[in-house]
Design a protein around this ligand. Structure first.
Ligand code: SAH
Ligand code: SF4
Length: 358
């Protein structure tokens, strides 16, 4: 996928581009201001750049990699999900979560954005809508960033927290993720601090090592969903490639240099991983990693056989885990009515498209 959208250019790459176009280095700074400070959507707005440079930019580069085609609001909680169409027609989704919903506090203008990193996902977790359709392609750096700008335009506020928990496995798209993170954290670009960014992975061990070597104090969430290989093998094919015996040491390595506790994500699915013997195993892993656990009652996906346990069963699992000394949060999906679990909005769209074609 050719990437000529300047939203995906790190400060160094912008500098290089300006030089290649035969311009003085200070033009890069001006370009950067137009892109990030003024949020220019058109090169013609960049009135302090020489006309010849503007012409070259118009001819070969773009400023927006995607277009928002649908915004759906949850009737409760204020989350909003939007669907973006990229230049080649593929769709990705992102979710805007107001801080008051995300953190249970008083009303504020702060928002958390959940972004996608790929179109679909190759990892094929058995419970996940994103995995159902397989991987179409990686998102470019600009397409990752484009979701943040779109969210700020929709909400009228700045994104304060970013979570890579939309469609796709971010650590399977490192070549585009790392420059995106550089731009997101750069003080003259999006200026979102590393501690406000959470990367979620289903357990991609080589990706984890590369992210650790990147050396920034990012937060890490791990989609564990099973506390033994038997359960993980049943629902997450990735575990056959990198079983717990490899994943846990890689996470221990991560904790040695990280300032933040890892979050272990654990979807509760009836008769799969929500039985009481699993609590002990989960507590053991959490203690080993000094991690916190986020329990998520399964969000039903049409066409998949998995069932959300009763609320009482979820609460009991949670209480038992807390009693073992593990820091636990349990989040009932606020956006349940807009299919807030990853991949579901796009899946619905793809189904509608398929029906229209028949
Ligand atoms: N690929 C990464 C990032 C996606 S995060 C990862 O798996 O961590 C999306 C999160 O939503 C993951 O924790 C995933 O396991 C979870 N999820 C997927 N389908 C879900 C569903 N039906 N109900 C609740 N959570 C789900
Ligand atoms: Fe991919 Fe994550 Fe969904 Fe698994 S849970 S299929 S890794 S997006």
């Amino acid at each position: 996928m050719e990437d000529n959208c300047l939203l995906g250019y790190t400060p160094d790459k912008l500098q290089q581009l300006v030089c290649e176009l035969g311009q003085k280095p200070f033009r890069a700074k001006q370009l950067q201001e137009w892109i990030w400070k003024h949020r220019a959507t058109d090169f013609e707005q960049m009135t302090n750049l020489p006309p010849a440079l503007r012409e070259q930019l118009v001819a070969h580069y773009t400023l927006r990699p995607l277009q928002v085609v649908e915004v759906s609001a949850s009737s409760t909680g204020g989350t909003r999900k939007f669907l973006s169409r990229m230049r080649d027609g593929h769709l990705v989704e992102s979710v805007i979560i107001p801080a008051a919903v995300g953190q249970g506090g008083a009303h504020s203008d702060r928002i958390t954005l959940c972004v996608s990193s790929q179109v679909g996902c190759a990892f094929g977790c058995k419970f996940c809508a994103s995995g159902l359709l397989g991987l179409t392609r990686n998102l470019t750096t600009a397409e990752i960033i484009g979701q943040i700008l779109a969210a700020e335009e929709i909400s009228g506020t700045r994104v304060d927290n970013l979570v890579f928990m939309g469609m796709g496995e971010p650590l399977a798209n490192m070549d585009n993720l790392l420059p995106a993170l550089t731009i997101i954290m750069d003080e003259h670009s999006l200026n979102i601090g590393a501690r406000h960014i959470t990367i979620s992975t289903s357990g991609n061990v080589p990706g984890l090592k590369r992210l650790a070597a990147f050396g920034r104090p990012l937060r890490l969430a791990v989609s564990l969903h099973g506390a033994c290989d038997e359960v993980r093998n049943q629902i997450m094919p990735v575990n056959k490639k990198w079983p717990l015996g490899e994943l846990i040491p890689a996470l221990q390595e991560w904790t040695r240099t990280s300032k933040h506790k890892i979050t272990l994500e654990y979807i509760l699915i009836q008769d799969v991983n929500a039985m009481l013997p699993e609590v002990d195993k989960l507590a053991r892993i959490a203690h080993l990693l000094n991690a916190k656990v986020n329990l998520i009652p399964y969000n039903t996906v049409e066409g998949l056989p998995w069932v959300r346990p009763t609320e009482a069963a979820c609460r009991f699992f949670c209480k038992t885990l807390i009693a073992k000394g593990v820091p636990v949060t349990m989040r009932y999906e606020k956006g349940h009515d807009i299919n807030a679990a990853c991949g579901q909005l796009r899946l619905r769209r793809e189904e509608q498209n398929a029906q229209q074609k028949h």
